[in-house]
Design a binder for this molecule. Structure first.
Ligand SMILES: NC(=O)c1ccc[n+]([C@@H]2O[C@H](COP(=O)([O-])OP(=O)(O)OC[C@H]3O[C@@H](n4cnc5c(N)ncnc54)[C@H](OP(=O)(O)O)[C@@H]3O)[C@@H](O)[C@H]2O)c1
Length: 266
């Protein structure tokens, strides 16, 4: 245990969080994950059986202070320190002001924004002990500009401000805080949150998104995990307060450049 870094990933049982768990265990981190459903943990272990025994999959809810306190006690007892906190758990319900219910609005704020606030607050004593800890918030490009859900975009914009606020707050403890803002990444998110229910519609959406990305590719969970691997490492020891789009260039999508002109550039 001596030389291993200890990292906690919220939502490590699926998609981006699971790819991060894989990347960090391969990088000799001890990894702990917190998520709610045992079905998703089983699915994760079917997708990545080599993580069995290498990642502690704990059940709990990031919006519950009680769950997080139990988790803190578990980490304190078993590892005594926390070097990396990666807030990846997230949910989405699509809708604008008129169509999104107040319940869905509140759920997104609770999980996507209050979750990372509570996680950082309650785990702070263990992060301080690392003397060089890294907190990474998995935000979204939807936090940088309006997307398909008013509640999701507002929660992610709030998360980016949480990142920025914590830079000065936690810097004196040598704790770095950064956001990663993914573009569209192929995960279970859209099916598990009932945004898509059939594969054909999902594939059509992916293709529409793919051509809009300047790099003509939608993301894979590993694209995000690679950036996390860097930001938790000592090589990033002077980076705090970065809001980093990992998004195939979509943040600079240029709708003024028409396909015809695009073709002329080839
Ligand atoms: N996929 C994309 O296109 C995309 C783009 C930009 C940003 N992101 C962000 O990336 C992060 C990961 O998304 P993903 O695509 O990997 O989604 P995903 O495959 O649906 O995974 C989400 C994970 O979060 C967990 N989770 C949800 N609510 C939770 C809660 N209250 N407490 C604890 N765990 C909870 C889920 O497990 P349980 O449901 O079992 O709890 C699951 O492990 C999210 O923050 C998302 O907003 C995704």
């Amino acid at each position: 245990m001596e030389n291993k870094k200890v990292s906690l990933i919220t939502g490590g049982s699926s998609g981006i969080g699971l790819a991060i768990a894989e990347a960090l265990t391969a990088n000799d981190n001890k990894v702990i994950s917190i998520s709610r459903s045992t079905d998703k943990i089983e699915r994760a272990l079917t997708e990545k059986p080599h993580l069995k025994g290498k990642t502690d999959f704990i059940t709990g809810d990031v919006s519950s202070e009680e769950s997080i306190t139990q988790l803190r006690d578990y980490i304190e007892k078993n590892y005594g320190v926390l070097h990396g906190l990666i807030n990846s758990a997230g949910i989405i319900s699509v809708g604008n002001l008129q169509s999104l219910s107040s319940g869905d609005w509140q759920r997104m704020l609770d999980v996507n924004l209050t979750g990372p606030f509570l996680m950082t607050k309650i785990l702070l004593p263990l992060l301080k002990k690392a003397n060089g800890a890294s907190v990474i918030n998995i935000s979204s490009i939807a936090g940088l500009r309006p997307g398909t859900s008013i509640g999701y975009s507002v929660s992610k914009a709030g998360l980016d401000m949480l990142t920025r606020f914590l830079v000065a707050d936690l810097g004196p403890y040598n704790i770095r805080v950064n956001s990663i803002n993914p573009g569209l990444v192929k995960t279970h998110l859209h099916f598990d949150n009932d945004i898509f229910t059939n594969q054909e519609d999902y594939d059509k959406m992916l293709e529409g998104a793919r051509v809009r990305h300047p790099l003509k590719k939608v993301g894979e969970p590993e694209d995000i995990a690679n950036m996390v691997k860097f930001l938790v490492s000592d090589e990033a020891s002077w980076i705090s307060g970065a809001i980093v789009p990992v998004a195939g260039g979509i943040t600079e999508e240029n709708s003024f450049l028409k396909p015809k002109e695009d073709a002329m550039l080839k």
